[in-house]
Design a protein around this ligand. Structure first.
Ligand code: URA
Length: 253
């Protein structure tokens, strides 16, 4: 069966200079709606003119494109090699990630690491990021716990220029959306992870694009039997990604 082509849902990022070095990149504001420049820096992601992972990471530290910067401890930018062949995109950093400043280092990250190792993918060779780069949370009714809150569409859109820029720099051959927030942000609101997970879809975001479940949802499974079942499905999906890796896929497309 031919995969359905899913046009990229993205805000344009205008620079095309990925990888070139500049000592002091100037910053350009990318509007969350149109991609045009805006004078109100507080409402636009300050994506730098020169795109490298370093310039992006540094500029994202001061991002105030939505109000989540007030809630999170810090911006949690994507991590991994700029030439990674695979990019994983989650929803947003969690409590651990917010404190550590690194994506997928809490329980969900440990499960992801475990499954990557099981299918033979080296975590240090993949790029891992999120559609939203600040932790959105609310205080638990009792105690000091910070409870994850799902980001709003407007927050995902405000953060989108960073993800577009990461895609532009890394140019992954394989893009894996982890969970519904990432899948719907990148593949459209009608995408259903429960129905469409584990299938490569045709998209202009990368030569191979797949969505699978989010490791956090596996950890939230109601009982161990269901958790094992979902984990096995996750392994099956990521095995398909691993199976593509030994082949010499062209990065240039
Ligand atoms: N969940 C995510 O989606 N991303 C993280 O970085 C951690 C947990």
């Amino acid at each position: 069966m031919q995969p359905t082509f899913i046009p990229a849902k993205r805000n344009p990022v205008e620079s095309d200079q990925a990888g070139s070095a500049s000592p002091a990149p100037t910053q350009k504001s990318v509007s969350r709606r149109s991609g045009s420049r805006r004078s109100n820096a507080a409402s636009s992601a300050p994506v730098p003119e020169v795109l490298t992972l370093e310039s992006l990471r540094s500029a994202a530290k001061t991002c105030k494109a939505c109000d989540l910067w007030k809630l999170g401890t810090q911006t949690v930018f994507g991590e991994g090699p700029s030439k990674a062949r695979v990019m994983f995109v989650g929803e947003q950093p969690g409590d651990y990630e917010d404190r550590a400043g690194h994506p997928f280092v809490g329980p969900a990250g440990r499960l992801l690491d475990e499954v990557l190792a099981e299918v033979g993918i080296d975590r240090s060779e993949v790029y891992v990021t999120n559609v939203v780069k600040h932790f959105k949370w609310e205080a638990a009714q009792r105690g000091k716990r910070r409870i994850h809150k799902k980001p709003r569409h407007s927050e995902i859109e405000a953060c989108r220029p960073w993800l577009d820029a990461e895609l532009k720099v890394v140019k992954p051959e394989i893009l894996v959306c982890l969970g519904a927030s990432a899948a719907q942000a990148l593949l459209g609101k009608d995408f259903r992870v429960t129905r469409d997970r584990g299938t490569f879809v045709s998209s202009d975001l990368a030569p191979h694009v797949m969505a699978t479940m989010h490791p956090s949802s596996i950890l939230r499974a109601p009982d161990s039997q269901e958790r094992e079942k979902q984990r096995a499905e996750f392994v099956t999906d990521l095995k398909k990604v691993a199976d593509l890796l030994p082949t010499k896929l062209s990065k240039a497309g």
